[in-house]
Write a new protein. Sequence first.
Length: 343
Amino acid sequence: MDDSGAEHHRNGTNKRPRLEDVAARVGVSTASVSLVLRGVPGPSERTRQRVLKAAADLGYQVDRTASVLASRRSRLLGVMVDIHSPFHAELVEHLHTAAEDVGYDLVLSTQTRTRDEHTAVETLLAFRSEALILLGPTAPADTLAALDRKSPVIAVGRRIADAALDVVRTADDDGVGQIVDHLVGLGHRAITYVDGGKGVIATDRRRGYRGAMRRHGLDEYIRVLRGDHTEVAGERAARDLLDGDSLPTAVVAFNDQCAIGVLTALGRAGVAVPGEVSVVGYDDDTLSRLSCFNLTTVSQGAREQAWHAVTAAVERLDQGRTAPREVVLPPHLVVRGTTAEPA
């Protein structure tokens, strides 16, 4: 082969285009090309369009496997989610958007009735998640802190006293307090609470109910029924009320799913909502907004929580922040059609 043939072989069509080739075509740095191709904010829209056109013209394709091996980074955020929670589903949707905006992707691992939190977290680590975003974790604080020493942990939705890890949550006690304030403002006094069972989140919401009732001088009306986060628990609690001597004028449920169970049981018994009993949930999940429920509830700001969680992960991974931080967002009442003045 002569020199011209060798030159043709080096520059011929069989040679796979490199990042440097795209950068040379556009006249920008390889770093700028990398940012554009990974979808990371920074380069101008004009630069972005020119890089994408040059990459297409040259037939450049991102070798994600090589990129990960070269950087030893997966750029994956692991998310633990309760498969039965509509609110968690909404959080995941916003987490995807927030992660993509900063050049990360998500790996999801689910909790189910037969798959516990530990297994879900181990799966996320096996997939090389760089940070863990845990939605409503129930593990002890010291367990979560030990996990944080392996990979940055962001606990979403749960208060962790003296946390040695990042926490993003709303003030659950304040949210339930807003519900009681709303109901008392309508004239209710006999306000019953359907509990959420064990755990910090349930404890905070129960405390918010008791505290608000006492603040309004309604100690004698405090009544907490056993429950959990499911529709079945709400139905069971409502049946207990229906079997009693008299109904309260309002029922506050631990979450929207539980409240929907209350609505179902009351409706089946012919009890008008809100004509005879007002019902309030918590979370403002997608079901609560359906016209068939039109549930008064409390919004936790899913979009804001997701943004803060991803931001915390990026600060830990890319900016070197080591000190733990807690972000507490204010919840806000969403008044719909299941609350009214007592009859």
